[in-house]
Write a protein that binds this ligand. Sequence first.
Ligand code: MN
Length: 128
Amino acid sequence: MSKGCVLVIEDNIDNMDLVHFLLEQVGYEILEARDGRTGLEIAYQRLPDIILLDMSIPEVDGWKVAQQLKNDPQTKSICIIALTAHILPGDRKKALDAGCDGFISKPLDIPNFAGQVDAYLEKFRASG
Ligand code: MN
């Protein structure tokens, strides 16, 4: 059984492949989108457990994606984790204000990345 379904919305192919590899290895089912519009479509169709959201993506940016999903009763219970190289304190606040439930900064901490995702998902499920 899969640990959960993760939608990765990321336009950088190298990052996408890395995230996919690291999470598949530990038993997640992975869905991929390369832009915000496709990400929203897949989120509504598949209702993943967690979304890893690059904030700088084409079509619809990550902040708008998070806002839209968190303002919709159908999708607001999806855990959204911002995945971004923006690491200034203001950027963190901006991501949380948009509705993100947490934050993982890039470049990824490869040995610990899957554990970070597990921890966010467990914490989110516990807060129910
Ligand atoms: Mn990007």
